[in-house]
Design a protein around this ligand. Structure first.
Ligand SMILES: Cc1cc2nc3c(=O)[nH]c(=O)nc-3n(C[C@H](O)[C@H](O)[C@H](O)COP(=O)(O)O)c2cc1C
Length: 392
């Protein structure tokens, strides 16, 4: 199944890179997963990335309660592109019964082929209710949620995976137990973001933890955190033995990273360095896909948040950037993009540098009262919000 292994070459240990990823019934031609990102990984963005390289492109997170109760916002997020052959969705929830029902709906009514469960969200609004990254502290509850999800997906032969963090903070690590529980519950793979909830997006991801999880479980482990270039993904797999990688912020404003990643896992060292003219073409394509999926005005407004990422490091005046940030039609986008210099080369100093959310660690992880008092928590989940959409 293309899992990384170790070989010996002239006495030195070399890693055989995985060239594919198998998650139960789903085979991915490159061991690369687009990280679910709320507000980013909608149908248009997934299509844009899929046009660049092979991989598994996960829909932004939806809530189990929203899905089960037929919430309108949730329904609008469950949109797939016509060319999306493998429908992959991340589900959030804290209630095993709701999760089970939601998985059933995804499989039966939406043709979903892969369900990922969110146990990594660090947002206080979520952890306060014992959801996201807070939930794995309750080992018993985690097992219940996973078992319900796996049981609901089984008749459809749909693999369930989970995505988590190292733990609440350095004194309350949960990932090794989570890996064991995932394996015992029939989960097809576990993705680990090498940060704690307390770290949020600050500091550096701990890839040693990913390696420790690989050693601890038999199911595939997907490594996540701080992959900015294809070479980082190769390094992560070599260093940890992970079965594949999950890439989030590195592809913001750089969907071509998926091209480089696909090449890297097939033995080629490619670093795509598009000129500003090529970036403009990609921006236009992104806005066009968003407009197709959401209508032009909403699509162009959605596109605004991507502009800074696309133009990071390129010459573009403050005034032009400001006007781009207010774009509301494809025609006005074209007009503004025309003022950019097609010949400007890719700003190589941006390579390997962080983009997107970083921020500071949280002073304290917000948890429900008494959450740390026991580690079981079976039957003790709090009611989740139907419209939670903050992500991970
Ligand atoms: C804007 C944004 C939204 C996110 N939303 C989610 C989410 O809905 N579910 C989730 O599991 N993780 C979410 N994440 C976390 C990413 O999936 C990923 O774990 C994290 O960014 C670390 O990977 P990276 O260093 O490759 O970005 C989000 C991250 C960002 C930046």
């Amino acid at each position: 199944m293309g899992r990384g292994g170790h070989g010996f070459d002239n006495g030195a240990v070399t890693t055989v890179l995985p060239d594919s990823l198998t998650l139960g019934s789903v085979r991915v031609e490159t061991p690369v997963v687009l990280a679910p990102m709320a507000g980013i990984t909608n149908a248009a963005y997934r299509r844009l990335c899929a046009e660049q390289g092979a991989g598994l492109y996960v829909c932004e997170m939806i809530t189990s309660r929203g899905l089960v109760e037929g919430d309108e916002t949730t329904k609008k997020m469950l949109v797939f592109d016509e060319l999306e052959t493998v429908r992959s969705v991340q589900l959030y929830g804290t209630d095993p019964v709701y999760i089970g029902k939601a998985v059933e709906i995804l499989c039966a009514d939406h043709g979903v082929a892969h369900v990922d469960l969110n146990f990594g969200c660090p947002v206080p609004k979520v952890t306060r209710k014992g959801g996201g990254g807070a939930l794995p502290w309750k080992r018993g509850l985690l097992g219940e949620v996973l078992e319900h999800a796996v049981a609901a997906a089984a008749p459809y032969d749909v693999p369930v995976t989970m995505k988590t963090r190292k733990g609440l903070d350095d004194d309350h690590l949960t990932y090794l137990d989570a890996g064991r529980i995932a394996q015992e519950s029939g989960v097809a793979a576990i993705a680990l973001h090498g940060r704690t909830v307390q770290q949020a997006y600050s500091g550096e991801a701990d890839w040693d933890a990913i390696g420790a999880l690989v050693d601890h479980v038999d199911i595939p482990v997907l490594g996540n955190g701080d992959i900015w270039e294809a070479a980082d993904a190769v390094r992560m797999v070599e260093q940890t033995g992970a079965a594949g990688v999950v890439v989030g912020r590195g592809c913001l404003g750089r969907p071509w990273l998926f091209r480089d990643l696909a090449a890297a896992f097939h033995g080629e060292d490619v670093a795509t360095l598009p000129s500003l003219g090529e970036v403009k073409t990609m921006m236009r394509r992104h806005a066009e896909l968003l407009s197709e999926h959401m209508g032009e005005e909403r699509g162009c407004k959605e596109f605004r948040k991507h502009i800074t990422w696309y133009l990071k490091g390129f010459p573009a005046g403050g005034e032009l950037r400001h006007r781009l940030a207010l774009v509301d039609s494809l025609a006005s986008l074209d007009e503004l993009l025309a003022d950019l210099d097609d010949a400007a080369p890719f700003p190589e100093r941006e390579l390997g540098t962080p983009r997107g959310r970083q921020g500071a660690p949280r002073k304290k992880v917000v948890l429900p009262d008494g959450w740390l008092d026991d580690t079981d928590g079976r039957g003790s989940h709090l009611r989740e919000d139907a419209d939670e959409a903050t992500g991970g």
